[in-house]
Structures are given as C-alpha cells and as structure tokens.
Design a protein around this ligand. Structure first.
Ligand code: DGJ
Length: 691
C-alpha cells in the first residue's frame, strides 16, 4: 500500500507488518523517516516535522538521514551517486515530480541534463528499491558510482550486530555475526561475478534470536561485481549503501539520450527474529522473483562426480538406466560432451557435440533418457573459451584482454567479452541450435573463473564491460527462456559463485556448492537458508568416501537426509553402487517425493544450527510438517536433546505416518520431539500430519 501526504512531499509504503516512509524538505532534501513496524500516514507526517539536529560545522545534519546521498555539497558519508561531466563532478539536484504506477512510487530529480529517478515498491514486507539515470542533456555523463539504494536504520542504544554470509570455493554462504563498530564494513566482489566470497546480503539486529527480535536485511539482485557498505557514522547512526560495481572508478558513460537502470536492492524489516526474516525472504522470492516457483523441481542425476571428463554415450546410458530405476526425474550430462572437451584444456566455445563421443549428436541419448521416463539436461559454460578451441582460433579478439598484456588463464580458460554484440549473437546461435537439436529440458549454466584482464581494446569506454557483461548474460538467458519456454536453467559458478536475486529472477535453481560432503553441506545450507529458499537449493548425494574434498565416510542415510533439505539430486557413480545401495537410494528418493511439497514450498524453521552436535530443520505446509535432523557426534554418552518444533497448532494432534505414533501439538512445541538419533553422523526424517 502506498499513501501520499496532501502536500505531495511525504510518502509511506506499507506491507502487512511494516512501513517505510520518506519526506522531501522545502530545500529538496530527500530524508528518510521510518523503516520498521507499520505506521499511519499521520505518524509519518509527525516524523517529517521533527527538525534535523544542529551540529557544529564539522558534521552535516544530512549525513545518516538522506534516502540517496549524492556526491557533493554538505555531505561526508559515502555517496550512493557519484557523477562526472566534462565540467564538474558531483550532483546538485532539484525535485521535478513524483508519480505512481500501481504500487510503485517514483521520485524524479534533475541536475542539468541528468534525470535521476528513485523507485520504490513494497512487495509484502519486502521493499524493492532501484534507480534510473537518464542523460537527457547534450553532453556525456560518466557514472562513477550509481548505487541502487541507501538504507537507514533507526537509532538504537544497544549496538548493532552484522550478519553476513562469507566463504570461498567449496565453503560458500557461511554465516557469521559480529558487532558493528564505528567506520565502515565493506563486502562485495571485484571478480566480475557475484562470487563465492560473499552473498550480496547482510542483516542487522541488536539482540535478535532465531525466534524473536528486530532484524533488518538487505539483498542485492546483481550477478557482476558489487559492493555493500555498512557504515556506522560518528553519531552511531547506521546506513547501508550498495549497488553494482566494486569501486568508484567508473561504471558506465551515458551518451546523450542513454540511460542506466540499477539492479534492485531489496530490504526487509521483521520483528520475528532471524527465522521469520528468512521465511519472509523465501516467500518473497517464491512469489515475485523465481520463475514458476509454484512448480516442483525434479529429482536429478548429474554425471560430474561419477565420470568427470571421461564420458561416452554408452556409459551415460548405463547411468541413466540406474538413475531411472531409482526414481530420478531429470538426467543431466555434465561437462565433457562437446567440442574437443576431453579435459579442462580444450573445447570451451565450441558448443557442438563431440563427434567421437556422440556420433549422432545428443538426440539419441536425449530420446533414450526420455524413454526411460526422465527429462534430459546438459551442462554449458557459454561465457568462457579455451584458447585451444575452434572459436578462439577464429576470434582471438573476442575475449576480455588488455592490449599488449598477457591473457591470464584460470583453469586454462579466458572470458568472452559478452558486452560485444557479435559475441552475444554467436552464443545465441550456438545455444539456440543446441536446444533445438535434442530434447533438452534443462541447462546447467556454469561460470568457472573470475575477471582478471577486463580490457576491450578499441572500445572508447572499456570499463563498461563490467556492467555490460552481466547485462549480456541476462539478455542471453532471457532470450533463450523466451525461445525455449520448456527449458529450466540452473545457475552455477564452480558451485555457489553466482547466487543472487538477479540471477534467481531468470533461473530455476542454483548449484549451491561443489562441496557435496554431507556434513560440510549442513553449514553451507544453513547459511544459504538465511536468504534463499530450499526451492532453489540444489543438493546431491555423492559417493562415500567423498571423492571431491575430504574422503569422509558417511552412510547413504546421512547423505540423503542432508541433500533432502533442498532440491534433491544424486551425483554418485551409480555404476559402482551395489544393488542394496541402489535399492536404499530408491527408497529415499520415494520419501523425498512425498515430502517435496513441504521442503520446496513450505515454511522453513531452523530448529538447531549445525554446530557440531544435533542440528535440524523443519518445514511446515498446511497441516503437514517434516523434520530433518542430523547428529554429527554424540559425546560422553549424553542423551540427544529433543527438538522443540515450530509452526504447529498447540491444540491439535499430529500423527507420524511411518510409525502411527500420535503426538500432541503443545508437547511438540514446548517439550519437543525425540529423534532417536545416536552415535556419529546419524540422520533422520520425521513426518507428522495433523489429525
Ligand atoms: C564446476 C561445477 O560446479 C561442477 O559441478 C561441474 O559442473 C564442473 N564445473 C564441470 O567443469
């Protein structure tokens, strides 16, 4: 809901539980008024007439209070907008007008030829903010920095605490909470993609728990380099600003008539603790971000850990038969099916099936997989190129490179310059042909290295490739989705290197991590769940001992229950699994399909975080609930604690369909459920239905 004061200078956007208000002063200063519990327009107007504090000239009363601090004038905070023209730097804007479209509010400002429009849209209790910059003047304008939004927190006497999701390859989205102190905490990526190192999300609280307390969260929808800066100013006020690009050295140059729309930066206030905040983020993404989120994601098999690059059609058929018998619904051939790709040294760029491995293309295998009753999927990495490829031999200038400098290879590959239209067109033709050549239902889209030599010889403003690569990637995905509406896409970047709200608005799921060790995964998944829903969190059951990372031995039970907390997949070498293992796997897959509606579409309650002993999550949907619990290690023979469940009706009773046991809701909520777990690396799934 959007309300506007009569004078047209105070606005308030409200969701079911929260409000966000802003006010334009007579001097055209756009001030933040409120972000928190739901308030009325009259409350916002009362806040609007409160005078700004008076400071000695060493501080600015605007700092920490503006909606979108621009560079220049009486401001000392980090600017959200930094602009340069031939004649000067900085912005001095005047208000032009506001307008609304549906529930979107737009405030338009002008500084000479540059129009700056701030956009606000409340979706449930998530506020989406973004900015458009239109150069309507005659001369070019350089955007050194154009953040999507600045968020202002209320004054609190207790210090703020910052939650973030940090990591690296095979250790993504690890949750950490630290007190915020004076100065700035900056996270981001200067790698050209979202990065494994930080998810573009932070949360701030003073004393919240999983169940209770005020939590502010913000998340950026951008899959290139990005930056979020959390600043505690000298008067202890806290502001968060963020957007595309890591530094302020130049984002884009807008020629006369050109415009730039920033990515969306979304924000949430919740007073139900970290759990309620996560559920609100999940519901928002399922309702507004993820395509077709109401549809179930199928159980998949992926060949990567089973075969690596050593693949053949016959071997894939064998795996497919075993996968189908287990109940798998989607069979995905990973890397190694195309060009001269028999190792990571060659082939990227040449997106035609390897004639030695697939003499009649992918269609026969695709048809076979379909006959087995499964969907068929393939792996691609379109933005990359091996120097040893037909494409590179034909177009060595199609990559990102600096004139006269060496071209840095990671994993023997370079990055195509997707900002170029000819590269875009080449990839479109290759991928469109590929998707038309075989019955392909699913594409795993990988990205296995960071930008290093982001140059573009001959281009007057090469810096633009940082933004335009991402825009090119998005455009290609959008075009392919439109031309092949039945095809689902997975975002992968060496595991979880490209997970953000931007890519999620055009992909169906993400590859969470290359770390498929079921124990490590619990922490990765716990962090992931702070912001993103299980509906997109792909998780595979692979071999034991773990082949990729640590050789850890774990039971099929533990591996399955770990992966069943997300979109279940199987990635082990099924040719080596015994008949008993295959049969047991089939029983887990069957159980997963039964609990899938709860996991993929239900509400998540994190009952205990994975910190060494017992951990558990619970999904609730309607009168059904399922608990997935893991015991890492039982110590000193101590009894394993009961799990106090959440989201149940205390007056109802719940029956476990497997055992027929009946539990009273109030007892489950207040005294807990006994799991029966013991020893090391034990796990269980407990279903309950309201009776
Ligand atoms: C990295 C991915 O994360 C893996 O799952 C696999 O697809 C490899 N790339 C293939 O090169």
């Amino acid at each position: 809901m959007l309300e506007i004061a009569e004078n047209g200078r105070t606005w308030i956007l409200s969701g079911p539980a929260s409000s966000y208000a802003l006010h334009l002063t007579a001097e055209d200063e756009l001030l933040h008024l409120h972000w928190g519990p739901r308030i009325a327009l009259a409350d916002a107007e009362a806040l609007a007439v409160r005078p700004l504090p008076e400071y000695w000239p060493f501080e600015s009363p605007l700092d920490g209070r503006e909606e979108y601090p621009v560079e220049g004038g009486p401001r000392f905070t980090r600017p959200a907008l930094s602009v340069r023209t031939e004649v000067r730097r900085g912005t001095e804007w005047s208000f032009e007008a506001y307008d609304t479209e549906g529930d979107e509010l737009r405030l338009r400002f002008r500084d000479d030829g540059l129009t700056i429009t701030l956009h606000y849209r409340m979706r449930d209790d998530i506020l989406e903010r973004w900015v458009t910059l239109d150069n309507q003047g005659q001369d070019p304008v350089e955007l050194l920095r154009a953040d999507s939004a600045t968020w202002t927190l209320p004054d609190r006497e207790d210090g703020w605490r910052l939650s973030q999701l940090h990591g690296r390859w095979a250790a993504e989205s690890l949750l950490t909470r630290t007190p915020l102190t004076y100065g700035e905490k900056v996270i981001g990526s200067r790698r050209g993609h979202t990065g494994h190192q930080h998810l573009p999300w932070v949360a701030l609280d003073t004393d919240a728990t999983e169940e209770r307390g005020e939590v502010y969260g913000v998340a950026l929808g951008w899959s290139g380099s990005w930056r979020i800066a959390v600043a505690q100013l000298p008067d202890a006020r806290v502001q968060i600003t963020g957007g595309a690009g890591y530094d302020d050295s130049g984002l884009l140059r807008l020629a006369a008539g050109e415009s730039f729309t920033t990515p969306v930066f979304a924000g949430l206030w919740s007073d139900g603790g970290f759990g309620a905040a996560s559920r609100a983020w999940h519901a928002y993404q399922r309702a507004y971000v993820i395509p077709d989120a109401d549809q179930d994601r199928p159980v998949l098999f992926n060949s990567w850990e089973a075969t690596n690059f050593d693949i053949s059609e016959e071997q894939q058929r064998t795996l497919a038969r075993r996968a189908a018998a287990m109940g798998v619904e989607l069979f995905v051939v990973d890397d190694g099916w195309f060009g001269a790709r028999t190792s990571d040294r060659a082939g990227l760029g040449d997106w035609a099936p390897n004639p030695d491995r697939f003499p009649s293309g992918l269609k026969p295998l695709g048809d076979y997989v379909r006959e087995l009753g499964m969907q068929f999927g393939i792996w691609v990495e379109p933005e990359m190129i091996n120097p040893d490829s037909e494409l590179y031999r034909a177009h060595p200038d199609w990559v990102q490179y600096q004139a006269g400098r060496k071209r840095t290879e990671f994993r023997n590959q370079l990055i195509l310059n997707l900002a170029r239209e000819d590269v875009q067109e080449y990839l479109w033709e290759q991928l469109d042909t590929l998707l038309s050549s075989a019955p392909i239902d699913y594409v795993k889209w990988d990205f296995n290295r960071c930008f290093t030599d982001a140059g573009w010889p001959g281009e007057p403003y090469p810096q633009r490739l940082w933004v335009d690569h991402v825009r090119g990637f998005y455009a290609l995905l959008d075009r392919l989705r439109e031309a092949h509406p039945g095809v689902a896409f997975e975002s992968c970047s060496g595991g979880g290197g490209r997970i953000d709200l931007g890519v999620l608005s055009r992909t169906d799921q993400v590859w969470t991590s290359d770390n498929t060790d079921p124990l490590d995964r619990l922490a990765i998944q716990d962090g992931f769940s702070q912001i993103h829903p299980a509906r997109v969190m792909a998780a595979w059951v692979t071999d034991s001992p773990n082949t990729q990372l640590n050789g850890r031995v774990s039971s099929l039970r533990f591996r399955f229950v770990s992966a069943m907390a997300g979109v279940l997949g199987v990635g082990g070498d099924l040719a080596e699994w015994t008949e008993e293992e295959l049969a047991e796997a089939g029983r887990w897959v069957k159980l997963y399909k039964e609990i899938r509606p709860l996991v993929q579409h239900g509400d998540l309650y994190r009952l205990r975080p994975p910190r060494g002993g017992l951990s558990a999550v619970q999904y609730v949907r309607g009168g059904e609930t399922v608990v997935l619990a893991w015991l890492q290690a039982q110590k000193y023979g101590e009894p394993v604690p009961s799990l106090r469940l959440r989201g149940l009706d205390p007056t109802a009773s719940y029956e476990c369909p497997e055992t027929g046991e009946v539990h009273r809701g109030v007892i489950l909520l207040h005294h807990g459920l006994r799991t029966g777990l013991r020893g090391d690396l034990d796990a269980t799934v407990i279903r309950l239905r309201r009776i």
